[in-house]
Design a protein around this ligand. Structure first.
Ligand SMILES: [Zn+2]
Ligand SMILES: [Zn+2]
Length: 320
């Protein structure tokens, strides 16, 4: 929001120019312009913004393509944002999560992109699922019914994976800005310490619980449930905008009863209606379990929201 205040037409022109002539510097607009002292980083959504800010420190200027309070799965880019991508010194994205951004990067920023999905192999979409579609009480070894062969993008919900992505991001920033490479490495190490502490808190906090199944609105939690031996029952699939069928709602309600769920979780960026319907039907409460796809107006940061999630899970699952 603070990078480009130029009217759309200008941004479009700038983009066209970039595509034609390979112009790299941003010198067309006297009022704003790139900050020559800092690396201009465009982050695809909140957890990547968090990483870039923590690892880049004051050496980077990070902008997030998703507006606060918006849901990132269905990101569409306006011409100004396409211009932003084209002019960024580094674009941090997760390929496959936001197709519009994948396309903009492919066309305008191929050499200046860091795709966090390449750091470690992604889990299969079904790996964290809990699928009963076949009628049997099939458990997570079974392949999922949704998006066959799809990969689960929500890797940031495993703090140790996020730490590893952070290490690689530090290397990538160091290549873009060699003078400060050592600073990036140092900050990535410090962040790793914090993320490993968070991971240890989750491991300890979820070790002994009366229940291990969580009913969630979309199946964003596969990395978290995989790491801490929980199981997710997703009302919708990998993407929150899929409308669940009446059959699916009935199945989830049945599941919730079967696993004696006391809580149906919903998300801050998605309507709680469906979760409320199921909760009312099975006599459960609802609570927020935040997949951290964006920061809600509640504020905080990745670490504090994850700690709130842990407290919420401990209550819902009766952990000791
Ligand atoms: Zn998601
Ligand atoms: Zn079950």
């Amino acid at each position: 929001m603070n990078i480009r205040s130029a009217p759309r037409t200008l941004a479009v022109a700038a983009t066209a120019l970039l595509a034609l002539g390979g112009v790299t510097a941003c010198s067309d607009d006297g009022t704003t312009g790139a900050d020559p002292q800092r690396v201009d980083v465009v982050a695809a959504f909140y957890p990547l913004q968090f990483l870039a800010e923590r690892i880049g420190g004051d050496a980077v200027k990070v902008s997030n393509l998703v507006k606060p309070g918006a849901e990132p799965h269905d990101l569409e880019l306006n011409p100004g944002q396409v211009g932003q991508v084209a002019e960024a010194e580094l674009v941090v994205l997760l390929k496959g999560f936001q197709p519009a951004l994948d396309e903009a990067v492919e066309q305008n920023a191929k050499e200046r992109a860091f795709d966090v999905s390449t750091v470690q192999p992604l889990l299969d979409a079904a790996a964290g699922g809990h699928d009963h579609e076949g009628g049997e009480h099939a458990h997570p070894e079974e392949p999922g019914h949704e998006e066959g062969g799809a990969k689960d993008p929500h890797l940031w919900l495993d703090p140790t994976r996020l730490a590893t992505v952070g290490d690689k991001l530090a290397e990538r920033l160091g290549r873009a800005d060699p003078d400060r490479a050592a600073d990036y490495t140092t900050r990535a190490k410090a962040l790793r310490v914090e993320l490993e502490k968070l991971d240890a808190e989750f491991t300890a906090g979820l070790k002994t619980c009366q229940r291990r199944e969580i009913v969630v609105s979309h199946t964003a939690f596969g990395y978290l449930t995989g790491r801490y031996q929980l199981e997710q029952i997703g009302i919708t699939g990998l993407s929150p905008d899929n409308e669940p069928s009446p059959q699916r709602l009935a199945q989830v309600a049945q599941e919730a009863r079967e696993h004696k769920a006391t809580t149906i979780f919903f998300e801050t960026l998605v309507s709680p209606k469906v979760a409320e319907t199921i909760a009312a039907e099975v006599g459960a409460k609802t609570a927020v379990l935040d997949p951290l796809e964006g920061l809600s107006t509640g504020g905080g940061d990745y670490l504090s929201v994850m700690r709130t999630n842990l407290a919420t899970l401990r209550t819902a699952l009766s952990c000791s």
